[in-house]
Design a protein around this ligand. Structure first.
Ligand code: CP
Length: 340
């Protein structure tokens, strides 16, 4: 069956002039529908090759990427779209985002001038931008993403923003669902999914953890536990609905999926407090779980966040997870193309 005849899986939740966007789980009308669509594309990558013919997608990177960049390019190609990547951070003019800015400093071009032009060049515009981790209010205002939504006039897709990483989270849910489809739980119960903080050498954004929490809570089909040291609380705006434990061993008991991720402090913003190596996930800790599958968004610092033995074991599904980035992106782009 043609995917284009099915019901809308995205809806207009994010603000902006461009109608549909993909910025957070709030833009998704039907998570399971979107997961099914992604898995349909995994089985039939070129089923909708006609959909993007004569359409162009722009991928703007204000920060580095491996998986997001390449998987989104492949997803666009599978739909017949031409993709153009622009590394704004290295090749573009320094953009200004502040309303009313007197541009006598280092910024060269205001987003109010650049975004409408990009909206003429592209049918869909994708943006990656990281937080500064200096000022929480600024980062959580999502000025960059909101500015493109306001001024570009075409659908905007987040390739990771200051606070969220929705394509990663859709991938994460579909990887869990795929695993459950292939290996159903013996008992009729929800899978236990544990998001655990891990040590790291530098302060990282909260995006992946915020987003994973937001999506798993909205999905509602898991027993969801978040574990981290004290002082690493995430924003309750994303975690509400999850059980939060400061005892990692307690949290890991009986887990079916363990998602490992570092994040810096949210309350006293952007800091590393404790960086206790005892929080690194090891094979010994995995023994507490129900033969849990191990997830990470990558890139990963080996033997800091996760031990080699865990990453190289059959428990790890990180390669499957990263491979699934293509199908998540393809499902989202397909929805945006269908609705244009
Ligand atoms: N997980 C993820 O977003 O990877 P990249 O930073 O390589 O895109």
């Amino acid at each position: 069956m043609s995917q284009s005849t099915q019901k809308n899986l995205l809806h207009s939740a994010s603000s902006g002039k461009s109608g549909l966007n993909f910025i957070s789980v709030k833009d998704v009308a039907d998570i399971n529908g979107l997961v099914s669509k992604a898995l349909h594309y995994k089985a039939n990558p070129f089923a909708d090759r006609h959909l993007g013919v004569d359409k162009r997608i722009g991928l703007l990177f204000l920060n580095p990427s491996l998986r997001t960049r390449l998987s989104t390019q492949i997803a666009a190609a599978n739909l017949g779209m031409e993709a153009i990547v622009f590394n704004v951070d290295k090749e573009g003019w320094a953009l200004e985002f502040e309303e009313g800015a007197i541009m006598s400093g280092t910024t060269v071009e205001h987003v109010k001038d650049a975004a409408p032009i990009l909206g003429q060049y592209f049918d869909i515009l994708c943006i990656r931008t990281f937080p500064s981790l200096k000022n929480r209010e600024d980062d959580y205002s999502e000025l960059v993403m909101n500015s493109f939504m306001q001024y570009a006039g075409v659908p905007i897709v987040s390739l990771e923003s200051s606070t969220l990483h929705p394509l990663q989270s859709l991938t994460d849910i579909l990887t869990i669902q795929e695993h459950l489809n292939n290996f159903p739980l013996a008992e009729k119960r929800k899978p236990k999914v544990v998001l655990t903080w891990a040590p790291h050498v530098k302060p990282l954004p909260q995006c992946v953890a915020n987003s994973f929490a937001q999506w798993v809570n909205a999905w509602g089909e898991a027993e969801f536990v978040i574990t981290h040291p004290e002082d690493y609380e995430l924003s309750p705006a994303y975690t509400q609905g999850a059980t939060i434990l400061h005892n990692q061993d307690e949290a890991l008991k009986g887990a079916d999926f363990v998602y490992v991720k570092n994040w810096s402090t949210y309350t006293d913003y952007g800091k590393i407090y404790s960086n206790d190596p005892a929080w690194m996930l090891t094979q010994e800790k995995l023994k507490l779980t129900q033969h849990a599958k191990l997830m990470h968004c990558l890139p990963v610092r080996r033997n800091v966040e996760l031990s080699d033995e865990v990453l190289d074991s059959s428990s790890s599904i990180v390669t499957q997870q990263a491979g699934n980035r293509v199908w998540a992106a393809q499902a989202v782009l397909s929805e945006l193309l269908n609705k244009k």
